[in-house]
Design a binder for this molecule. Structure first.
Ligand code: NDP
Ligand code: 2IT
Length: 462
């Protein structure tokens, strides 16, 4: 009996699914214990099944695109010795993952946090490759960091650590090779110390880091870019349903760089921010956080380096120790702290409380089960690699300005940021449209993948 068209289609689908299963087994075998990396790869691979079926070149044994994309081009691991204020030696581990340079120099942040390990940095570097591709700028992907904890350290200790970290890292990076930036625990202060040491050792004033100070090569809007970009992306998603940020109640988690500027843009667009958090708990300000209160948060977090609970003491609102903000009533959620900070139960709470949109400011903050809940409920859901790409996009613009030794105006950079976020939204819609629903996860993964895969095919087996 001749097999029917339907049977052939089912068979093809099964064979791609089997391939995806075998591929994931191999990822787990080769990268034992790196659970966040497994999670990030699994999400991408499951988004690609139809694309791979229709474009066999991407899974051809001769090219092994996915196998290469999941194997970093290079990993550098090094000892970081430094002296604390008591004169005792401290030893941390430094890591830089140079993941993929098909589209440009490795680009991605540095994270200083005690939880940092190889699996976390590999997940972040892997995500960065797709994110950077979506920005449309010529950026490869990388990530790095250390298990160093800046919390509770003096400025002097942070400087000692940064100088030692850069003493080794400097031989592996450069403006045309690998360009780090900030991430959790790495802000303006750390980038300053890292840049100073690079310049001293190499005797070169170049755009080797982004997020630099405005007086010495930094770009206007870079500080704000991730948060502003995330809100621009949410605006674009809301537009598809004739909705606006104006008047919406917004729950934001975190209170660092991304959370602060997400809140700032929401306030500018007349939305109402009711929560912020840190790793100790969250504040709930029913009246809304206004510009004046946000200025207090910026000072508290960026200068005083205090805890968010102090906001509740100052403005007499509720503080929930040990809890996350997803239990409050809100229209839009902006998880902007860290990975896996929003689980299935919390996703269900959000839906129950009427949430219509989730835009990820952090990298991979929603667990896979939470994402399923959002997508089943057909609410607007944007993954970090699309929604938080504004930060690295403006880093790319900082690199362009450094190359031409010019600085663009605030308005110019903001306009370009908005255009990039709109273009990412378009790419997600193009590749993620399923009837009248946009699967932004699928759209971002396919959109990000195609450009990198095609560049890898063009550049041969490297
Ligand atoms: P910051 O260090 O400025 O702020 C981090 C915030 O998240 C703090 O409020 C911190 O609280 C909280 N946080 C960190 N770890 C945890 C944890 N394990 N549990 C609960 N809360 C935690 O970092 P950013 O704002 O720069 O980064 C936030 C997220 O955004 C990260 O996922 C990062 O990868 C992502 N991102 C950042 C970009 C950037 O340009 N900075 C660009 C794109 C994405 P506490 O002080 O208590 O640790
Ligand atoms: O996750 C990210 O995109 C960042 N931390 C920013 C990276 C960058 O190079 O600006």
């Amino acid at each position: 009996m001749k097999p029917s068209k339907k049977n052939i289609k089912n068979k093809k689908q099964r064979s791609v699914k089997n391939m995806a299963n075998d591929f994931m087994k191999e990822i787990v075998r080769k990268n034992p214990g790196e659970i966040e990396f497994h999670q990030a790869v699994e999400e991408v691979v499951s988004s690609l099944t139809t694309l791979l079926k229709e474009n066999p070149i991407y899974k051809h044994k001769k090219f092994k695109i996915l196998e290469r994309m999941t194997e970093p081009e290079r990993i550098i691991i090094f000892r970081v010795p430094w002296l604390d204020d008591k004169g005792d030696a401290q030893i941390n581990r430094g890591i830089r993952i140079e993941m993929n340079s098909a589209l440009g120099p490795y680009k991605g942040g540095l994270r200083f946090h005690p939880s940092v390990n190889l699996g976390i940095l590999k997940f972040l570097a892997f995500e960065q490759v797709f994110k950077n591709s979506l920005t449309t700028l010529p950026l490869g992907g990388g990530k790095g960091g250390s298990d160093f904890d800046p919390k509770g350290k003096s400025d002097n200790e942070v400087m000692n650590f940064c100088q030692s970290f850069m003493t080794e890292l400097q031989r592996h990076i450069g403006p045309n090779t690998d360009v780090p930036a900030g991430d959790i625990g790495v802000g303006a202060r750390e980038v300053g110390y890292l840049f100073g040491q690079y310049k001293r050792l190499r005797n070169e004033f170049t755009g080797v880091l982004t997020g630099k100070g405005l007086g010495w090569g930094g770009s206007l809007i870079r500080t704000e870019a991730t948060g502003y970009g995330c809100v621009y992306f949410a605006q674009k998603m809301l537009e598809t349903r004739n909705e606006l940020i104006e008047g919406k109640i917004c729950a934001v988690s975190g209170s660092g760089n991304v959370a602060q500027h997400t809140a700032e843009k929401i306030i500018q667009l007349n939305g109402k921010v009711v929560t912020l958090s840190d790793s100790d708990g969250y504040i709930y300000d029913e009246d809304g956080i206004d510009e004046h209160k946000l200025a207090f948060v910026k000072k508290l977090k960026n200068i005083k380096r205090g805890r968010i609970s102090e906001y509740a003491d100052k403005f007499n609102c509720k503080y929930f120790p040990g809890k996350r903000p997803w239990e409050v009533k809100c229209d839009i959620a902006f998880p902007s702290a860290t990975q896996n900070e929003l689980n299935e139960g919390e996703a269900k709470d959000l839906i129950k409380n009427g949430c219509i949109c989730v835009a990820e400011g952090a990298n991979m903050p929603s667990t896979p089960e939470a994402i399923k809940v959002f997508q089943k409920a057909k609410i607007l859901f944007a993954p970090g690699k699309a929604a938080n790409a504004g930060g690295v996009a403006v880093s790319g613009l900082e690199m362009s300005q450094n190359s031409e030794r010019l600085s663009w105006s605030r308005e110019e950079v903001d306009k370009k940021l908005f255009a990039i976020m709109s273009s990412i939204h378009e790419q997600c819609a193009k590749y993620g449209k399923e009837g009248d629903y946009i699967d932004y996860v699928k759209g971002a993964n396919i959109g990000g993948f195609i450009k990198v895969a095609n560049a890898m095919l063009d550049q041969g087996l490297v």
